[in-house]
Design a protein around this ligand. Structure first.
Ligand SMILES: Nc1ccn([C@@H]2O[C@H](COP(=O)(O)OP(=O)(O)OP(=O)(O)O)[C@@H](O)[C@H]2O)c(=O)n1
Ligand SMILES: C[C@](O)(CO)[C@H](O)COP(=O)(O)O
Length: 232
């Protein structure tokens, strides 16, 4: 059963506000993207990785692949304007016999092989699955500075990546969304919109998305703490 992962790394990292794109900033001495790719390559059920990057970064990515001996990277393709466009370009580069595909943010370098395997296992059982965590804060819906509603926290999950799918479900959802002009901030929402069920797999709070400068400080601390535990 062929399984591929699309890693989306074509964002501009605007909210990080750094001179270098956030996916290339160092995390314990190596670029965030490299940390992410090394973890995915270490997963036994991942056969091949499709890496989506900004077209101007392709020469740098080629250097990174060589310098860090990155394995399982089958294709490097150009990203699009929005994340959804980048995933769609990644889908076009999947092999024809691939049955299951996971989509992962380059900006989530702290994902563990166990999380990747868990979400892939759930997708193989149910067709589509996402990692997520129960929200810890109380969430309110606010409009024009006014609280309109306090949501039932026990129903709410913060959604992470990877998200894994039967390949034809993801491809169909993306194609239909593109035709209909439907947009979503994650791939599961497109698959839900296309009418397919999506299972939730409980992940770790540590699988944060490095988005703003404080996330990088937290990610670095978590990474080092994990390394110390591994050494002991
Ligand atoms: N056009 C885009 C936009 C985003 N991404 C990727 O999607 C993931 C999640 O996106 P986000 O964290 O929002 O990254 P950016 O879009 O780079 O951040 P910002 O919104 O702050 O510019 C990242 O790995 C990012 O590189 C992508 O491949 N193509
Ligand atoms: C896919 C995602 O990481 C799930 O949390 C998130 O939705 C990406 O969001 P962004 O809009 O690209 O920041």
């Amino acid at each position: 059963m062929q399984t591929e992962v699309i890693v989306v790394a074509a964002g501009s990292g605007t909210r990080m506000g750094s001179a270098m794109k956030k996916q290339y900033l160092p995390l314990d001495g190596a670029p965030i993207l490299v940390r992410t790719l090394q973890t995915l390559a270490a997963c036994p059920t991942v056969h091949r990785i499709v890496l989506v990057v900004a077209s101007e970064d392709v020469p740098y990515i080629t250097e990174l692949i060589e310098a860090y001996y990155l394995s399982k990277i089958g294709d490097v393709v150009a990203g699009g304007r929005e994340r959804q466009d980048s995933v769609r370009n990644g889908i076009a580069a999947l092999l024809h016999d691939t049955e299951f595909v996971a989509v992962h943010d380059a900006a989530r370098p702290l994902v563990t092989p166990e999380e990747v395997e868990a979400v892939l296992t759930a997708a193989k059982m149910f067709g589509a699955a996402t990692l997520g965590v129960k929200v810890k804060d109380t969430i309110k819906r606010v409009d024009q500075g006014q609280v309109r509603e306090t949501l039932q926290r026990s129903d709410l999950w913060a959604v992470h990546t990877p998200q894994a799918f039967r390949c034809e479900w993801l491809a169909e959802a993306h194609m239909r969304a593109w035709e209909a002009g439907y947009t979503g901030t994650d791939d599961a929402s497109l698959v839900e919109w296309a009418g397919y069920p999506v299972s939730m797999v409980e992940g770790l709070y540590s699988n944060l998305k490095v988005t703003t400068p404080e996330d990088l400080v937290i990610a670095e601390a978590l990474w080092r703490a994990r390394k110390e535990i591994d050494i002991q």
